[in-house]
Design a protein around this ligand. Structure first.
Ligand SMILES: [Zn+2]
Length: 268
């Protein structure tokens, strides 16, 4: 049995076509999941399966949905200044649930640092204030979304000082000491937990999908750091013996660009 994990970036909006708007793509993809009779499970269930804590029904075709970077478009609709009204990923999921009566769930991997998100609003989103964290609690309460960890600062290229000893940006594989990983992962989890009642972050998505042996074989394997599973961007399916801290994912726009390419992935 093998399970694909899909990733979307809800703020990828340069038009209103499948190729230019991840939310338009998601809306069409949801119909495909229904047509192909896919069974959506949460990323937490996937990790429990990898830990051999649960069994899954071999006769079903499972699928996991994730969103990266955690702008408010994951949860709240938004009037885009140029591209018009955008239904959020959450709204699209609710509509799918109402229309099909199918279970749906997605994990939003969010950037923790509020200062970094405020800067990213300026450097990546033309100053639009849609990278807040006021939606996290509501999303978690919705029971169809979970908030998990996408690092402290994403070692993002546009941040002046990132939490990396040589201020190297745009590559998460350079996070290779206890101190850096503590800030990027453990402190990020702490911040997210502080914003959501009774939350205990347990999943991580590597910025840019970048990994190294220190993170996957050492740091994350220490259960005190609280991470039970971590997601890369290697375009492959997940098997039950997949490394729990190297879970592969397909990325919308990079690994599939239209519904037929996604169909090929899902049926492979
Ligand atoms: Zn990211």
């Amino acid at each position: 049995m093998k399970i694909p994990v899909l990733t979307y970036h809800a703020n990828n909006i340069t038009g209103n076509e499948y190729q230019t708007n991840d939310l338009v793509a998601l809306k069409q993809d949801l119909r495909l999941f229904d047509e192909l009779d896919m069974t959506i499970i949460s990323s937490h269930i996937l990790v429990q399966w990898l830990k051999q804590e649960i069994n899954l029904d071999k006769s079903k075709n499972y699928l996991v949905l994730t969103f990266d970077d955690g702008t408010e478009l994951d949860f709240w609709d938004w009037q885009h200044p140029y591209q018009g009204f955008q239904k959020s990923a959450y709204t699209l999921m609710k509509e799918f649930q109402t229309a099909t009566r199918r279970y749906i769930h997605a994990t939003s991997f969010v950037i923790a640092s509020p200062e970094v998100r405020a800067t990213l609003e300026k450097t990546c989103l033309a100053g639009h204030k849609i990278w807040g964290d006021a939606w996290w609690q509501e999303a978690e309460n919705s029971s169809i979304m979970s908030i998990e960890n996408h690092s402290w600062d994403h070692v993002h290229e546009t941040i002046e000082h990132v939490y990396q000893k040589d201020n190297i940006k745009g590559d998460f594989s350079v996070i290779d000491t206890q101190e850096e990983a503590k800030q990027q992962i453990v402190e990020a989890s702490k911040y997210i937990n502080s914003k959501i009642k009774n939350k205990s972050v347990s999943l991580f998505a590597y910025p840019y999908g970048d990994i190294n042996d220190f993170l996957t074989e050492n740091f994350l394997q220490n259960h005190e750091n609280g991470i039970a599973g971590a997601f890369t961007c290697v375009p492959q399916h997940t098997y039950q013996d997949t490394h729990r801290w190297k879970i592969p994912r397909y990325v919308c726009g990079a690994d599939w660009k239209n519904i037929n390419e996604l169909r090929t992935i899902l049926q492979s």
